[in-house]
Design a protein around this ligand. Structure first.
Ligand code: ZN
Length: 155
């Protein structure tokens, strides 16, 4: 119960004080993703420096899980290579498929930082898409940004 309430505090904190929110220039790709089952939306821009994610900027609306997830993701991916960031996205996907298994959350805690707080969401299939929307948008925008930059598209 204590862990659950700590997780809820982390999610609410990101929801109330989102990190990196706002749409910024420059950017190489912008995507708009929606989660129709809940009414969540995010517009997300990726700015690359070579293959490094120099900035992720976004606007969105929807439930606290969907909006807090973008904020927690921002902390995890800016300054890292697209490959590393998407690998962390895969780990987040693993967490979302863990059906509330705390062993999975413990294993991924160091890598996912605040995003491990979404572990409880994995018990609620209807809410998993809320948490995953931001990562889907990042994957989409990163691929487009790589294709749009001269150094991208080689890999
Ligand atoms: Zn939602």
């Amino acid at each position: 119960m204590q862990l659950q309430s700590m997780y809820q505090d982390i999610i609410l904190d990101h929801y109330r004080n989102p990190h990196g929110r706002g749409l910024r220039d420059p950017y190489e790709a912008e995507v708009h993703h929606v989660n129709p089952t809940c009414g969540d939306e995010v517009t997300l821009r990726v700015h690359l420096d070579g293959e490094t994610i120099a900035d992720v900027s976004y606007e969105g609306m929807g439930c606290s899980i969907s909006q807090a997830s973008v904020s927690a993701m921002y902390d995890l991916v800016v300054g890292r290579s697209v490959t590393d960031a998407l690998a962390t996205g895969e780990s987040f996907m693993t967490l979302m498929q863990s059906k509330g298994d705390t062993a999975v959350a413990e294993e991924l805690e160091d890598e996912l930082e605040d995003a491990v707080a979404f572990a409880g969401v994995s018990k609620y299939p209807a809410r998993i898409k809320c948490a995953l929307m931001s990562w889907m948008a990042l994957k989409d925008a990163s691929a487009r940004a790589l294709a749009a930059t001269p150094t991208g598209g080689q890999a």
